[in-house]
Design a protein around this ligand. Structure first.
Ligand code: 5GP
Length: 103
């Protein structure tokens, strides 16, 4: 079914992950293979496969993803120095999990 991605299972609590935030629209958890001292993924609770699939109806959830990333950066103490937000799109973008996520 369309909601059955690896990250959907994490959102539903069926696969363990270091969840650091969850609300009505998005879930954030620590990347299993961190590429930086702080590496968190922020995902929509409902599957949007790629950045290319975002529709006008998704604007609230995508905005929430960015806002939560900022809140987490402040909570992790890295906001002042700065950080990078990455969203890979499809094969040439290096996307491995087809459930939208912000690194
Ligand atoms: P992408 O390459 O699709 O932009 O990023 C996928 C990310 O998901 C990678 O950084 C990878 O380490 C992370 N990842 C893959 N499987 C799991 C998992 O089971 N748990 C967690 N927490 N992260 C995962």
């Amino acid at each position: 079914m369309s909601e059955d991605t690896l990250f959907s299972k994490i959102v539903r609590g069926e696969i363990p992950a270091g969840i650091v935030h969850q609300d009505d629209l998005v879930t954030a958890f620590r990347d299993i293979a961190p590429q930086a001292p702080t590496h968190i993924l922020v995902v929509p609770n409902r599957v949007i496969p790629t950045a290319d699939d975002v529709t006008p109806d998704d604007e609230a959830v995508v905005g929430r993803m960015v806002r939560v990333a900022g809140e987490l950066a402040r909570a992790e103490g890295i906001a002042q120095d700065g950080y990078r937000l990455i969203m890979n799109c499809r094969d040439h973008g290096g996307q491995e999990v087809y459930h939208l996520h912000l690194h």
